[in-house]
Design a protein around this ligand. Structure first.
Ligand SMILES: NC(=O)c1ccc[n+]([C@@H]2O[C@H](COP(=O)([O-])OP(=O)(O)OC[C@H]3O[C@@H](n4cnc5c(N)ncnc54)[C@H](O)[C@@H]3O)[C@@H](O)[C@H]2O)c1
Length: 425
């Protein structure tokens, strides 16, 4: 992967310099429409080697070995050595315990960030600054890091790097078809939408595996690096392995589950920043955690449309059914009718008093994680920023979720100053 390339003018570039130049030429590509290196082999580095990262590694490995995709797993990083070593041994790649060292690796073109929520923003900024394209797991940032969210969006835009958030449900054609129907005016002026996420269990939090009850910080575990920007505290094995239970590192349904539910609906409606968010909920079933298990948000947008995002981890009745990554099927309501999904069809139901006829549309294809990765890698090769979950969509969704969490914790309605791009409480 560290080959040298001879350019037309005779100069020799390392692969990394070559790719950097390619990135710098992105603007020119947009003008000329000329794609760079459609068969360019991309090296992917994995930051965070826990549960989620396993799904990414399997998928990228499958793409390479079964689908002839020009892609290579080249490096892995985790601040807990045994997890990093496992990936290093499985794929024969370089291993790091500091993500900045992985970013210095010239074989890494693309990074996949699957660390705890409070590291995503910093690591993604470091990555785009190092000239890497980024697949960043949801949520974009931790719920208290609004400034970081804003900075990440700006840094990605400025860098011209490719960014995709880990909301793989966006590979489902249903949402894109519904967006087109709304844009075409089928439901008239949108006024209200409902979505959410319902499931039973705290297996995602209290059930997270503890690999080693007796592990202590030291050469095999960098506790300081795990803490990052959160308050310093002594090592705690539960906080380390079951970080999703704690407010310092996670947010419960709002930031863990709702990115999946809200991203598609924000995209369908074409809205950006909310002007008002109110949220309710709490620990209604599971007490051995800090984060809520039940969370409900009402989000008002300046376009005069409300999105209700509802959810509990105490009951799995999705009401309108579910689709893809477990999320409840949304209902999108307009002045003239509404859209929802039944089985493999999008259903249009006219509103009372509207003379439009009921209609049904076949859904072209369901969510597909492999395709989500494939599309992202294609965007990286072609220097296109229109991934299935691009940075601005991620920023808008994350703003609403952060308004919900911040308002909820203060018992206040959160409003948004669109001029200064600030959350006001
Ligand atoms: N898109 C999805 O459907 C989906 C599903 C599961 C998880 N996720 C997201 O993936 C992320 C990871 O979740 P998980 O379940 O894999 O958690 P996990 O605890 O299994 O893995 C996180 C890993 O990050 C490591 N880590 C922590 N701080 C680090 C740092 N500074 N640098 C490098 N490594 C560090 C930890 O040691 C751990 O191995 C979360 O943000 C979660 O929201 C997304």
């Amino acid at each position: 992967m560290s080959d040298k390339r001879q350019l037309n003018n005779g100069s020799i570039f390392t692969r990394r310099q070559f790719i950097r130049r390619a990135g710098a030429a992105a603007a020119a590509i947009a003008v000329t429409g000329k794609a760079l290196g459609a068969n360019e082999r991309l090296g992917v580095g994995f930051i965070g080697c826990g549960g989620r990262s396993g799904a990414h590694l399997n998928t990228v490995h499958w793409l390479k070995t079964q689908a002839n995709e020009p892609v290579e797993i080249v490096a892995a990083c985790d601040i807990y050595r045994p997890r990093m070593r496992k990936v290093v041994d499985a794929y024969g790649v370089k291993g790091y315990m500091d993500h900045r060292e992985l970013l210095d690796d010239p074989n890494v073109d693309v990074v996949c960030i699957s660390t705890c929520d409070h590291h995503h923003g910093y690591q993604a900024i470091d990555a785009v600054r190092a000239g890497k394209d980024v697949y960043c797991e949801k949520p974009m940032t931790h719920w208290r890091q609004f400034e970081l969210t804003k900075r990440l969006a700006a840094e990605v835009r400025k860098s011209g790097r490719v960014f995709q958030l880990g909301t793989q449900g966006m590979s489902d054609s249903a949402w894109h078809q519904m967006k087109k129907l709304v844009q075409d005016g089928l439901i008239g002026q949108p006024i209200h939408a409902e979505c959410g996420f319902f499931r039973v269990g705290d297996w995602g939090e209290r059930g997270m595996p503890i690999d080693d009850e007796n592990i202590k910080p030291g050469p095999d575990l960098n506790w300081e690096a795990f803490l990052g920007d959160v308050p310093k505290r002594p090592f705690d094995v539960s906080r380390f392995f079951r970080w999703r239970m704690y407010e310092d590192y996670a947010g419960g349904p709002a930031t863990d589950l709702f990115p999946h539910s809200l991203t598609s609906v924000v995209s369908i409606l074409g809205v950006s920043f909310p002007n008002k968010v109110v949220a309710t909920g709490g620990k209604f079933r599971y007490q051995q955690r800090e984060v809520p298990d039940t969370f409900n948000m009402l989000i008002d947008y300046p376009e005069k449309v409300t999105i209700a995002v509802l959810g509990t981890q105490g009951n799995d009745n999705q009401g309108t059914g579910f689709r893809g990554s477990g999320k409840r099927v949304p209902i999108i309501r307009g002045w003239e009718g509404s859209l929802t999904i039944e089985g493999k069809e999008i259903v249009f139901v006219p509103a009372k008093g509207c003379d439009k006829k009921p209609q049904r549309f076949d859904i072209e294809h369901a969510e597909d994680f492999v395709e989500y990765w494939r599309k992202f890698l294609a965007c990286c090769r072609l220097r296109q920023q229109n991934t299935l979950s691009p940075v601005d969509l991620a920023y808008h969704v994350q703003t609403a979720l952060q308004m919900g969490m911040l308002g909820f914790r203060k018992g206040k309605v959160a409003t948004f100053d669109a001029v200064e791009e600030n959350i006001v409480l």
